[in-house]
Design a protein around this ligand. Sequence first.
Ligand code: GAR
Length: 220
Amino acid sequence: MTKINLGVLVSGSGTNLQSIIDSIEADKLDATIRVVISNVPGVRSLERAKKHNIPAVVINHEKYAAREEFDREVVAVLKTHRVDLVIMAGFMRILTSPLLKAFPLKIMNIHPALLPSFQGLHVQEKALNYGVKFSGCTVHFVDEGVDTGPIIIQAVVPVYDDDTAQMLQQRILKEEHRIYPQAIQLYAEGRLEVTGRKVHIKDTPPMKTSSLHNPPLEKF
Ligand code: GAR
């Protein structure tokens, strides 16, 4: 199988970047990371890239007067590295049209909630404060909105009464590291068909569970 070329956009720690690197190195993901781009200097993601000999570039957003100017520079670097698919992995920026138009339906994002619930920032706190019994994470294609694009895959985790935001974040993050490589592999295999908001996945295996309950059902 031919490998797809990824450009990974980061702003921080990069545990999702690491899960993608590990999946590639374990031959589970038919992809090559051509470049990692960070909008923040000195972040852990850059060290992770370096350690695995992946070209890493800092494009400091503070040096750009307008979002569009910054995004044009990102496009230039992605094109130079012949990127097919752009992966936002903890990239804390809203994208503008130069980037969206350069990669239509070729940008993925991961969000630590079950979209369309809890868009934006501080979503674990929002989920806890709302009192939901389940939360999770979502991989989606990126469109003009914030956390609104067509959904590719979601994972669900329970929320417990004594959870802190950090505990919930860690539980969700663990699932992020599983579903993001899976979503990218589905793309690499040409199994994602997008019609409007809907992403149809060709040849999916049957679901292992038909329902989940939190707290567990007792008599019913
Ligand atoms: C992840 O939880 C990701 O879902 C979230 O930032 C974290 C980055 O962690 N992204 C967003 O909230 C985007 N709106 P990482 O740098 O360790 O991959």
